[in-house]
Design a binder for this molecule. Structure first.
Ligand code: ACO
Length: 325
């Protein structure tokens, strides 16, 4: 028995902020942001908007496309580090908004790798025969937790949610192989001490600077490239394939320079790598499922194609999953 994604969905806050919009509140420029990151705009949550609403919308899209009612689910797993509450978990909150009861719902905290980690938890449980239908969510709103006075980090992130409905299924399609890694000793390359007060770009409130996202960008850059490239190669080899067999790589959308460097290291043509970060920025755990949903919609892959997901984020955490669609 294995597991297969049969429906995907995505949702973002209503308003997109361009680099020019950020120029008005930060000492930065469109040219700097685009040349260093590839990002042109991102959707940012404004005061009063709710990540829970966005994740619920993404989940409903995924359920609709899967042709499954929320009441049929056996579990809900959310990859997120942006829940407004320490508890109930974000997944429990989505469970409530979807009107489901009794089934297990819990979060997986792996920062930008959250969706890949959550997908693996769902896949393993389904292989073991524990669940048959699982909703996996990746949702984050890191823009509400950055220091809006720090141009080195504030320009990088966007907010949103993506979701996937997985079903257990025998046969050759679905999740073929997943590898997950963490390196706690590198925790301080990317960290966020506390959640609590949300401070959107438009908010009058500001978080204490000590409680905002901290990043050692240049060091993180190097480790992200190496770890994403290594785990990609390993997961493909372990599944008995080569990179040439893979139809499309759907990476965590951190930064175009990271994605290009990973592709260079792997000898992958850039057109095999799906990129949408110019419109979303880095949406953390939401980036892989949002990109998966868009790539599918754009016809970048179809039935029986090999699709590779990979991610790296705070923890550090990183992982990759090879799927036969
Ligand atoms: N606008 C204008 N200037 C800026 C900005 C900005 N937004 N940010 C930094 N600068 C300036 C700095 O102040 C510095 O100027 P100085 O030399 O006068 O002090 C100069 O640009 C270079 O700063 P660096 O931080 O060295 O810039 P770098 O070229 O390393 O690029 C970046 C920074 C884009 C963050 C890069 O380090 C990077 O991509 N790191 C990876 C981090 C990342 O993507 N994190 C996302 C989360 S991790 C993940 O998802 C995998």
């Amino acid at each position: 028995m294995g597991s297969r994604i049969i429906g995907t969905g995505r949702a973002v806050p209503p308003v997109s902020f361009s680099n020019q919009d950020l120029e008005r509140q930060l000492d930065t420029s469109d040219e700097w942001i685009r040349s260093r990151t590839g990002i042109s705009s991102r959707y940012l949550m404004r005061t009063g908007e709710s990540l829970l609403d966005i994740a619920t919308e993404a989940s409903r899209h995924a359920l609709d496309k899967a042709g499954i009612k929320a009441g049929e689910l056996d579990a809900i797993i959310a990859g997120t580090v942006s829940s407004e509450y320490a508890f109930p978990s974000f997944a429990c909150q989505v469970q409530r908004t979807l009107g489901v009861t009794s089934i297990p719902a819990f979060d997986v905290a792996a920062a930008c790798s959250g969706f890949v980690f959550a997908l693996s938890v769902a896949d393993n449980s389904m292989r073991a025969g524990v669940w048959k239908k699982v909703l996996v969510i990746g949702a984050d709103a890191l823009s509400t937790m950055v220091d809006w006075g720090d141009r080195r980090t504030a320009v990088l992130f966007g907010d949103g949610a993506g979701a996937a409905v997985m079903v257990s299924e025998p046969g050759p399609r679905g999740v073929l192989e997943t590898l997950l890694r963490s390196a706690g000793e590198a925790w301080d390359l990317l960290s966020l001490r506390a959640t609590g007060v949300r401070a959107s770009a438009d908010s009058e409130w500001r978080r204490d600077v000590a409680d905002t996202l901290k990043m050692r960008g240049p060091e993180l850059f190097k480790i992200a490239v190496k770890s994403m490239a290594d785990i990609t190669r390993q997961v493909v080899e372990r599944a008995g394939f080569t990179l040439a067999d893979v139809r499309v790589v759907i990476p965590h959308q951190a930064n175009i320079r990271i994605l290009n460097a990973v592709a260079d290291r792997l000898g992958l043509p850039y057109d095999k790598v799906f990129v949408n970060l110019e419109r979303y920025g880095n949406t953390s755990a939401a980036s892989v499922p949002i990109a998966l949903d868009e790539a599918l919609e754009a016809g970048r892959f179809g039935d029986n194609d090999l699709v590779l997901l990979n991610a790296c984020g705070g923890g550090l955490t990183w992982g990759a999953s090879l799927l036969r669609w």
